[in-house]
Write a protein that binds this ligand. Structure first.
Ligand code: SF4
Length: 456
Protein backbone atom coordinates (compact mmCIF):
# COMPACT_ATOMS: atom_id res chain seq x y z
CA UNK A 1 0.00 0.00 0.00
CA UNK A 2 1.40 3.35 -0.99
CA UNK A 3 1.49 6.02 1.67
CA UNK A 4 1.82 9.72 0.85
CA UNK A 5 1.24 12.82 2.93
CA UNK A 6 -0.19 16.09 1.64
CA UNK A 7 -0.20 18.19 4.72
CA UNK A 8 1.46 17.46 8.04
CA UNK A 9 -0.93 19.61 10.06
CA UNK A 10 -3.96 17.77 8.74
CA UNK A 11 -2.71 14.27 9.33
CA UNK A 12 -5.22 11.98 11.06
CA UNK A 13 -2.56 9.93 12.69
CA UNK A 14 -3.11 11.36 16.12
CA UNK A 15 -6.30 11.95 18.04
CA UNK A 16 -6.83 15.48 19.25
CA UNK A 17 -7.52 16.31 22.84
CA UNK A 18 -7.49 12.69 23.98
CA UNK A 19 -11.05 12.11 22.69
CA UNK A 20 -12.29 8.56 23.07
CA UNK A 21 -14.68 6.80 20.74
CA UNK A 22 -17.69 5.03 22.23
CA UNK A 23 -17.40 2.22 19.70
CA UNK A 24 -15.33 -0.76 20.84
CA UNK A 25 -13.48 -2.77 18.22
CA UNK A 26 -14.34 -6.11 19.88
CA UNK A 27 -10.84 -7.47 19.41
CA UNK A 28 -11.07 -9.95 22.29
CA UNK A 29 -13.80 -11.18 24.59
CA UNK A 30 -13.75 -9.32 27.90
CA UNK A 31 -12.66 -11.20 31.03
CA UNK A 32 -15.60 -10.14 33.15
CA UNK A 33 -18.24 -11.99 35.09
CA UNK A 34 -21.68 -11.88 33.55
CA UNK A 35 -24.90 -13.01 35.19
CA UNK A 36 -26.73 -15.61 33.11
CA UNK A 37 -29.83 -13.36 32.84
CA UNK A 38 -27.70 -10.50 31.48
CA UNK A 39 -25.93 -12.86 29.09
CA UNK A 40 -29.26 -13.59 27.42
CA UNK A 41 -30.96 -10.23 27.94
CA UNK A 42 -28.13 -8.15 26.49
CA UNK A 43 -28.03 -10.41 23.45
CA UNK A 44 -31.78 -10.05 22.94
CA UNK A 45 -31.47 -6.26 23.13
CA UNK A 46 -28.68 -6.16 20.56
CA UNK A 47 -30.63 -8.54 18.37
CA UNK A 48 -33.50 -6.05 18.38
CA UNK A 49 -31.11 -3.42 17.05
CA UNK A 50 -29.76 -5.72 14.33
CA UNK A 51 -33.23 -6.86 13.31
CA UNK A 52 -34.41 -3.24 13.14
CA UNK A 53 -31.46 -2.46 10.86
CA UNK A 54 -32.24 -5.45 8.68
CA UNK A 55 -35.83 -4.29 8.36
CA UNK A 56 -34.75 -0.71 7.56
CA UNK A 57 -32.36 -1.89 4.85
CA UNK A 58 -34.86 -4.23 3.24
CA UNK A 59 -37.41 -1.42 3.16
CA UNK A 60 -34.89 0.60 1.15
CA UNK A 61 -34.48 3.40 3.72
CA UNK A 62 -32.17 6.22 2.65
CA UNK A 63 -28.85 7.00 4.35
CA UNK A 64 -30.25 9.78 6.55
CA UNK A 65 -33.27 7.65 7.48
CA UNK A 66 -30.97 4.77 8.41
CA UNK A 67 -28.84 7.08 10.52
CA UNK A 68 -31.92 8.18 12.45
CA UNK A 69 -33.19 4.61 12.76
CA UNK A 70 -29.88 3.25 14.08
CA UNK A 71 -29.64 6.08 16.58
CA UNK A 72 -33.17 5.39 17.86
CA UNK A 73 -32.69 1.63 17.99
CA UNK A 74 -29.42 1.97 19.86
CA UNK A 75 -30.83 4.39 22.40
CA UNK A 76 -33.98 2.35 22.98
CA UNK A 77 -32.25 -1.00 23.40
CA UNK A 78 -28.66 -0.52 24.46
CA UNK A 79 -28.64 2.57 26.65
CA UNK A 80 -31.17 1.45 29.26
CA UNK A 81 -28.50 0.55 31.81
CA UNK A 82 -26.33 2.58 34.19
CA UNK A 83 -23.99 4.81 32.15
CA UNK A 84 -21.00 2.86 33.46
CA UNK A 85 -22.47 -0.39 32.11
CA UNK A 86 -23.18 0.78 28.57
CA UNK A 87 -19.81 -0.30 27.19
CA UNK A 88 -19.96 -3.65 28.99
CA UNK A 89 -23.40 -4.29 27.62
CA UNK A 90 -22.20 -3.40 24.14
CA UNK A 91 -19.21 -5.73 24.31
CA UNK A 92 -20.96 -8.63 26.06
CA UNK A 93 -23.93 -8.58 23.70
CA UNK A 94 -21.63 -8.52 20.69
CA UNK A 95 -19.66 -11.56 21.86
CA UNK A 96 -22.78 -13.52 22.83
CA UNK A 97 -24.23 -12.94 19.37
CA UNK A 98 -20.95 -14.00 17.82
CA UNK A 99 -21.50 -17.38 19.45
CA UNK A 100 -25.10 -17.45 18.27
CA UNK A 101 -24.36 -16.45 14.70
CA UNK A 102 -21.03 -18.22 14.09
CA UNK A 103 -22.61 -21.63 13.66
CA UNK A 104 -23.83 -21.58 10.04
CA UNK A 105 -22.79 -19.80 6.86
CA UNK A 106 -26.19 -18.09 6.47
CA UNK A 107 -26.17 -16.87 10.07
CA UNK A 108 -22.59 -15.62 9.76
CA UNK A 109 -23.43 -13.66 6.61
CA UNK A 110 -26.42 -11.99 8.20
CA UNK A 111 -24.60 -11.08 11.38
CA UNK A 112 -21.58 -9.76 9.48
CA UNK A 113 -23.72 -7.58 7.32
CA UNK A 114 -25.85 -6.17 10.17
CA UNK A 115 -22.92 -5.57 12.52
CA UNK A 116 -20.98 -3.80 9.75
CA UNK A 117 -23.96 -1.58 9.02
CA UNK A 118 -24.37 -0.87 12.71
CA UNK A 119 -20.69 0.05 12.91
CA UNK A 120 -20.99 2.38 9.91
CA UNK A 121 -23.88 4.39 11.31
CA UNK A 122 -22.51 4.48 14.82
CA UNK A 123 -19.27 5.86 13.41
CA UNK A 124 -21.15 8.54 11.54
CA UNK A 125 -22.93 9.55 14.72
CA UNK A 126 -19.65 10.06 16.59
CA UNK A 127 -18.07 13.50 17.02
CA UNK A 128 -15.16 14.28 14.65
CA UNK A 129 -12.75 13.93 17.60
CA UNK A 130 -14.09 10.51 18.52
CA UNK A 131 -13.94 9.47 14.86
CA UNK A 132 -10.29 10.47 14.74
CA UNK A 133 -9.63 8.53 17.94
CA UNK A 134 -11.21 5.45 16.42
CA UNK A 135 -9.14 5.83 13.28
CA UNK A 136 -6.05 5.79 15.45
CA UNK A 137 -7.26 2.64 17.19
CA UNK A 138 -7.69 0.92 13.84
CA UNK A 139 -4.07 1.73 13.14
CA UNK A 140 -4.70 1.89 9.41
CA UNK A 141 -1.62 2.11 7.25
CA UNK A 142 -2.86 5.16 5.35
CA UNK A 143 -1.51 8.67 5.37
CA UNK A 144 -2.72 11.79 3.64
CA UNK A 145 -1.90 12.47 -0.03
CA UNK A 146 1.02 14.90 -0.43
CA UNK A 147 0.45 18.52 -1.51
CA UNK A 148 2.31 17.94 -4.79
CA UNK A 149 0.17 14.95 -5.70
CA UNK A 150 -2.99 16.76 -4.64
CA UNK A 151 -2.15 19.68 -6.96
CA UNK A 152 -1.67 17.31 -9.89
CA UNK A 153 -5.14 15.74 -9.53
CA UNK A 154 -7.21 18.42 -7.81
CA UNK A 155 -9.37 19.14 -10.91
CA UNK A 156 -10.34 15.48 -11.09
CA UNK A 157 -11.07 15.37 -7.36
CA UNK A 158 -13.24 18.48 -7.66
CA UNK A 159 -15.12 16.88 -10.56
CA UNK A 160 -15.96 13.85 -8.40
CA UNK A 161 -17.05 16.08 -5.52
CA UNK A 162 -19.38 18.02 -7.84
CA UNK A 163 -20.73 14.85 -9.46
CA UNK A 164 -21.85 13.51 -6.07
CA UNK A 165 -23.62 16.77 -5.32
CA UNK A 166 -21.30 18.18 -2.67
CA UNK A 167 -20.32 21.82 -2.61
CA UNK A 168 -17.20 21.45 -0.44
CA UNK A 169 -13.86 22.61 -1.71
CA UNK A 170 -11.37 19.76 -1.86
CA UNK A 171 -8.63 22.14 -0.73
CA UNK A 172 -9.64 21.63 2.91
CA UNK A 173 -10.15 17.92 2.59
CA UNK A 174 -7.57 15.27 3.35
CA UNK A 175 -7.31 12.44 0.82
CA UNK A 176 -5.99 8.94 1.33
CA UNK A 177 -4.63 6.87 -1.54
CA UNK A 178 -5.64 3.23 -1.19
CA UNK A 179 -5.98 0.21 -3.49
CA UNK A 180 -9.43 0.51 -5.04
CA UNK A 181 -10.54 -2.96 -3.89
CA UNK A 182 -10.47 -1.72 -0.29
CA UNK A 183 -13.43 0.59 -0.87
CA UNK A 184 -15.81 -1.44 -3.05
CA UNK A 185 -18.90 0.52 -2.00
CA UNK A 186 -17.35 3.87 -3.02
CA UNK A 187 -16.16 2.43 -6.34
CA UNK A 188 -19.54 0.84 -7.07
CA UNK A 189 -21.39 4.09 -6.40
CA UNK A 190 -18.76 6.16 -8.33
CA UNK A 191 -18.11 8.38 -5.36
CA UNK A 192 -14.34 8.26 -5.54
CA UNK A 193 -11.63 9.28 -7.98
CA UNK A 194 -9.67 6.30 -9.37
CA UNK A 195 -6.21 6.41 -10.90
CA UNK A 196 -3.90 3.51 -11.77
CA UNK A 197 -5.61 1.09 -9.40
CA UNK A 198 -5.83 3.53 -6.50
CA UNK A 199 -8.86 5.25 -5.01
CA UNK A 200 -8.52 8.73 -3.51
CA UNK A 201 -10.66 8.59 -0.40
CA UNK A 202 -11.77 11.85 1.25
CA UNK A 203 -11.95 12.26 5.03
CA UNK A 204 -15.73 12.05 5.05
CA UNK A 205 -15.52 8.73 3.18
CA UNK A 206 -13.03 7.15 5.53
CA UNK A 207 -15.79 5.12 7.14
CA UNK A 208 -15.74 2.88 4.03
CA UNK A 209 -12.12 1.99 4.74
CA UNK A 210 -12.92 1.26 8.36
CA UNK A 211 -15.90 -0.86 7.34
CA UNK A 212 -13.70 -3.00 5.12
CA UNK A 213 -11.27 -3.55 7.99
CA UNK A 214 -14.01 -4.14 10.52
CA UNK A 215 -15.80 -6.62 8.26
CA UNK A 216 -12.69 -8.56 7.47
CA UNK A 217 -11.70 -8.78 11.15
CA UNK A 218 -15.20 -9.89 12.17
CA UNK A 219 -15.48 -12.39 9.33
CA UNK A 220 -12.26 -14.14 10.42
CA UNK A 221 -13.31 -13.97 14.06
CA UNK A 222 -16.63 -15.66 13.28
CA UNK A 223 -14.90 -18.58 11.58
CA UNK A 224 -12.56 -18.99 14.56
CA UNK A 225 -15.45 -18.74 17.03
CA UNK A 226 -17.27 -21.45 15.10
CA UNK A 227 -14.25 -23.74 15.43
CA UNK A 228 -14.11 -23.14 19.17
CA UNK A 229 -17.84 -23.63 19.43
CA UNK A 230 -17.87 -27.03 17.70
CA UNK A 231 -14.65 -28.32 19.24
CA UNK A 232 -15.18 -27.16 22.81
CA UNK A 233 -17.79 -24.70 23.99
CA UNK A 234 -20.91 -26.54 22.81
CA UNK A 235 -20.06 -29.65 24.80
CA UNK A 236 -18.56 -27.90 27.82
CA UNK A 237 -21.57 -25.61 28.17
CA UNK A 238 -24.24 -28.09 27.16
CA UNK A 239 -26.29 -27.58 30.33
CA UNK A 240 -25.82 -23.85 30.75
CA UNK A 241 -25.02 -21.66 27.74
CA UNK A 242 -25.64 -24.00 24.80
CA UNK A 243 -29.47 -24.05 25.15
CA UNK A 244 -29.52 -20.23 25.35
CA UNK A 245 -27.23 -19.87 22.33
CA UNK A 246 -29.23 -22.32 20.25
CA UNK A 247 -32.55 -20.68 21.07
CA UNK A 248 -31.35 -17.15 20.37
CA UNK A 249 -30.84 -17.48 16.61
CA UNK A 250 -34.51 -18.28 16.02
CA UNK A 251 -35.90 -16.30 18.91
CA UNK A 252 -38.89 -14.12 18.29
CA UNK A 253 -38.66 -10.75 20.00
CA UNK A 254 -42.16 -9.38 19.65
CA UNK A 255 -45.34 -9.70 21.72
CA UNK A 256 -46.66 -13.03 22.95
CA UNK A 257 -49.62 -14.26 20.94
CA UNK A 258 -50.37 -17.40 22.95
CA UNK A 259 -53.71 -15.96 24.06
CA UNK A 260 -56.05 -13.78 22.00
CA UNK A 261 -55.96 -10.28 23.48
CA UNK A 262 -57.71 -7.65 21.49
CA UNK A 263 -60.51 -9.52 19.80
CA UNK A 264 -63.30 -11.76 20.88
CA UNK A 265 -62.86 -15.46 20.27
CA UNK A 266 -63.55 -16.60 16.75
CA UNK A 267 -66.23 -19.20 16.30
CA UNK A 268 -66.62 -22.00 13.79
CA UNK A 269 -69.37 -19.98 12.13
CA UNK A 270 -66.93 -17.14 11.30
CA UNK A 271 -63.81 -19.10 10.60
CA UNK A 272 -64.08 -19.36 6.79
CA UNK A 273 -64.84 -15.68 6.47
CA UNK A 274 -61.94 -14.49 8.67
CA UNK A 275 -59.57 -17.00 7.05
CA UNK A 276 -60.29 -15.35 3.72
CA UNK A 277 -60.02 -11.77 4.90
CA UNK A 278 -57.41 -11.82 7.67
CA UNK A 279 -55.15 -14.90 7.58
CA UNK A 280 -51.65 -14.43 6.22
CA UNK A 281 -50.75 -16.59 3.25
CA UNK A 282 -48.96 -19.24 5.35
CA UNK A 283 -52.15 -19.89 7.31
CA UNK A 284 -54.73 -19.44 4.55
CA UNK A 285 -52.76 -21.96 2.49
CA UNK A 286 -52.86 -24.53 5.31
CA UNK A 287 -56.52 -23.76 5.89
CA UNK A 288 -57.41 -24.35 2.23
CA UNK A 289 -55.32 -27.55 2.09
CA UNK A 290 -57.05 -28.87 5.19
CA UNK A 291 -60.47 -28.20 3.67
CA UNK A 292 -59.38 -29.85 0.37
CA UNK A 293 -57.47 -32.89 1.66
CA UNK A 294 -59.19 -33.30 5.07
CA UNK A 295 -55.76 -33.92 6.47
CA UNK A 296 -52.53 -32.09 7.38
CA UNK A 297 -49.23 -33.60 8.44
CA UNK A 298 -47.75 -32.86 11.86
CA UNK A 299 -45.91 -29.64 10.87
CA UNK A 300 -49.06 -28.19 9.32
CA UNK A 301 -51.25 -29.18 12.27
CA UNK A 302 -48.87 -27.49 14.70
CA UNK A 303 -48.44 -24.31 12.63
CA UNK A 304 -52.14 -23.82 11.93
CA UNK A 305 -53.41 -25.24 15.24
CA UNK A 306 -51.34 -22.89 17.41
CA UNK A 307 -52.18 -19.94 15.18
CA UNK A 308 -55.90 -20.67 15.56
CA UNK A 309 -55.49 -20.94 19.30
CA UNK A 310 -53.78 -17.51 19.28
CA UNK A 311 -56.57 -15.89 17.28
CA UNK A 312 -59.15 -17.16 19.75
CA UNK A 313 -60.51 -20.55 18.70
CA UNK A 314 -61.31 -22.24 22.01
CA UNK A 315 -60.43 -25.87 22.69
CA UNK A 316 -63.92 -27.28 22.13
CA UNK A 317 -64.27 -25.49 18.81
CA UNK A 318 -60.74 -26.51 17.82
CA UNK A 319 -61.55 -30.19 18.49
CA UNK A 320 -64.79 -29.89 16.53
CA UNK A 321 -63.03 -28.06 13.67
CA UNK A 322 -60.23 -30.61 13.25
CA UNK A 323 -62.56 -33.56 13.77
CA UNK A 324 -64.99 -32.42 11.08
CA UNK A 325 -62.17 -32.38 8.53
CA UNK A 326 -60.12 -35.40 9.63
CA UNK A 327 -63.18 -37.62 10.03
CA UNK A 328 -63.82 -37.32 6.31
CA UNK A 329 -60.44 -38.94 5.68
CA UNK A 330 -59.57 -41.16 8.65
CA UNK A 331 -62.93 -41.58 10.40
CA UNK A 332 -64.09 -40.13 13.73
CA UNK A 333 -62.81 -43.00 15.83
CA UNK A 334 -59.25 -42.76 14.52
CA UNK A 335 -59.33 -39.02 14.97
CA UNK A 336 -60.27 -39.41 18.64
CA UNK A 337 -57.53 -42.00 19.15
CA UNK A 338 -54.65 -40.48 17.19
CA UNK A 339 -55.16 -36.77 16.75
CA UNK A 340 -57.33 -35.31 19.51
CA UNK A 341 -54.55 -35.73 22.08
CA UNK A 342 -52.13 -33.40 20.24
CA UNK A 343 -54.80 -30.71 19.95
CA UNK A 344 -55.51 -30.85 23.68
CA UNK A 345 -51.73 -30.89 24.18
CA UNK A 346 -51.37 -27.60 22.25
CA UNK A 347 -53.89 -26.04 24.61
CA UNK A 348 -51.93 -27.21 27.65
CA UNK A 349 -54.42 -29.88 28.63
CA UNK A 350 -52.14 -32.92 28.25
CA UNK A 351 -48.53 -33.89 28.94
CA UNK A 352 -46.48 -31.16 30.62
CA UNK A 353 -49.52 -28.86 30.43
CA UNK A 354 -47.53 -26.13 28.76
CA UNK A 355 -49.52 -23.37 27.10
CA UNK A 356 -47.79 -23.54 23.70
CA UNK A 357 -47.09 -20.35 21.79
CA UNK A 358 -48.03 -19.78 18.14
CA UNK A 359 -45.05 -19.82 15.77
CA UNK A 360 -43.37 -16.57 14.75
CA UNK A 361 -42.49 -15.74 11.14
CA UNK A 362 -38.85 -16.44 11.84
CA UNK A 363 -39.57 -19.93 13.07
CA UNK A 364 -41.90 -20.66 10.14
CA UNK A 365 -39.50 -19.24 7.57
CA UNK A 366 -36.62 -21.34 8.91
CA UNK A 367 -38.62 -24.57 8.82
CA UNK A 368 -37.92 -27.07 6.04
CA UNK A 369 -41.18 -28.64 4.85
CA UNK A 370 -40.69 -31.87 2.92
CA UNK A 371 -42.77 -33.27 0.05
CA UNK A 372 -46.46 -33.51 0.96
CA UNK A 373 -46.11 -30.93 3.75
CA UNK A 374 -47.90 -27.62 3.48
CA UNK A 375 -46.44 -25.74 6.42
CA UNK A 376 -43.66 -23.14 6.13
CA UNK A 377 -43.76 -19.63 4.67
CA UNK A 378 -45.07 -19.48 1.08
CA UNK A 379 -42.84 -16.48 0.33
CA UNK A 380 -39.86 -18.67 1.04
CA UNK A 381 -41.09 -22.14 0.16
CA UNK A 382 -43.38 -21.67 -2.89
CA UNK A 383 -42.09 -21.59 -6.46
CA UNK A 384 -42.44 -18.15 -8.05
CA UNK A 385 -45.24 -19.43 -10.27
CA UNK A 386 -47.26 -20.80 -7.34
CA UNK A 387 -46.64 -17.66 -5.31
CA UNK A 388 -47.89 -15.43 -8.15
CA UNK A 389 -51.04 -17.55 -8.44
CA UNK A 390 -51.65 -17.41 -4.68
CA UNK A 391 -51.11 -13.64 -4.54
CA UNK A 392 -53.47 -13.18 -7.49
CA UNK A 393 -56.17 -15.09 -5.58
CA UNK A 394 -55.63 -12.83 -2.57
CA UNK A 395 -56.33 -9.82 -4.79
CA UNK A 396 -52.80 -8.43 -5.08
CA UNK A 397 -52.60 -6.24 -8.21
CA UNK A 398 -49.87 -6.41 -10.86
CA UNK A 399 -47.70 -3.57 -9.59
CA UNK A 400 -47.74 -4.68 -5.98
CA UNK A 401 -47.15 -8.26 -7.11
CA UNK A 402 -43.91 -7.27 -8.87
CA UNK A 403 -42.75 -5.50 -5.70
CA UNK A 404 -43.56 -8.56 -3.61
CA UNK A 405 -41.73 -10.87 -6.03
CA UNK A 406 -38.75 -8.53 -6.03
CA UNK A 407 -38.53 -8.76 -2.23
CA UNK A 408 -38.84 -12.55 -2.40
CA UNK A 409 -36.01 -12.76 -4.94
CA UNK A 410 -33.88 -10.78 -2.50
CA UNK A 411 -34.97 -13.14 0.28
CA UNK A 412 -36.85 -10.48 2.26
CA UNK A 413 -39.80 -12.78 2.98
CA UNK A 414 -41.35 -10.85 5.85
CA UNK A 415 -41.16 -7.66 3.85
CA UNK A 416 -42.86 -9.43 0.93
CA UNK A 417 -45.62 -10.42 3.35
CA UNK A 418 -45.82 -6.84 4.64
CA UNK A 419 -46.22 -5.50 1.10
CA UNK A 420 -48.95 -8.07 0.47
CA UNK A 421 -50.70 -6.94 3.64
CA UNK A 422 -50.47 -3.31 2.56
CA UNK A 423 -51.72 -4.08 -0.96
CA UNK A 424 -54.75 -5.99 0.33
CA UNK A 425 -55.70 -3.66 3.16
CA UNK A 426 -54.83 -0.39 1.47
CA UNK A 427 -52.94 0.82 4.57
CA UNK A 428 -49.32 0.95 5.59
CA UNK A 429 -47.92 -1.51 8.10
CA UNK A 430 -44.92 0.43 9.41
CA UNK A 431 -43.86 -2.15 11.98
CA UNK A 432 -43.60 -4.85 9.30
CA UNK A 433 -45.00 -8.37 9.71
CA UNK A 434 -43.12 -10.42 12.30
CA UNK A 435 -45.78 -12.88 13.38
CA UNK A 436 -48.79 -14.47 11.64
CA UNK A 437 -50.96 -13.56 14.63
CA UNK A 438 -49.82 -9.94 14.34
CA UNK A 439 -50.89 -10.05 10.65
CA UNK A 440 -54.27 -11.31 11.81
CA UNK A 441 -54.79 -8.76 14.57
CA UNK A 442 -53.58 -5.81 12.42
CA UNK A 443 -55.91 -6.97 9.66
CA UNK A 444 -58.88 -7.22 12.03
CA UNK A 445 -58.20 -3.74 13.38
CA UNK A 446 -58.27 -2.24 9.90
CA UNK A 447 -61.31 -4.21 8.72
CA UNK A 448 -63.27 -3.52 11.91
CA UNK A 449 -62.66 0.22 11.70
CA UNK A 450 -63.66 0.20 8.01
CA UNK A 451 -66.87 -1.66 8.92
CA UNK A 452 -67.64 0.79 11.72
CA UNK A 453 -67.16 3.84 9.51
CA UNK A 454 -69.42 2.24 6.89
CA UNK A 455 -72.19 1.71 9.48
CA UNK A 456 -71.99 5.19 11.06
S1 SF4 B 1 -43.99 -13.77 6.49
FE1 SF4 B 1 -44.81 -14.63 8.36
S2 SF4 B 1 -46.99 -14.22 8.33
FE2 SF4 B 1 -46.23 -13.88 6.29
S3 SF4 B 1 -46.60 -15.82 5.24
FE3 SF4 B 1 -44.48 -15.88 6.00
S4 SF4 B 1 -44.62 -16.82 8.00
FE4 SF4 B 1 -46.69 -16.23 7.44
Amino acid sequence: MEIVRRNKASSLESAEGGAVSTIPLYRSAPAIEVRLEDFELYAVHRLRVLKGISDGLSRGKKVNEMEKLVNELWRANMMQVEASDVVNKDVISHFVLRLVYCREEELRKWFLSMESTLFRYRFQLETPEAQRALLVEFDLPYKAVSSAEYESIKDKLNQVVRSIGQSLSTADTIYYKVPFEQVPDLVASRRVFLLKGYAYVATNQVVSLLMTQYRSHLSKALVLTNRKWTSMIREQEKDRLTPIIEALSTSYLGPDYSQPKEFAEITLKDIDQVAKSSFPLCMSHLFVKLREDHHLKHGGRMQLGLFLKGVGLNLDDALAFWKTEFSKKVGAERFDKEYAYSIRHNYGKEGKRTDYTPYSCQKIISSTPGVGNHHGCPYRHFSEENLRAALGKMGVGNRAMEEVIDKVRNRHYQLACTLTFEAIHGELCDAGINHPNQYYSDSRKILDSKNKSRVS
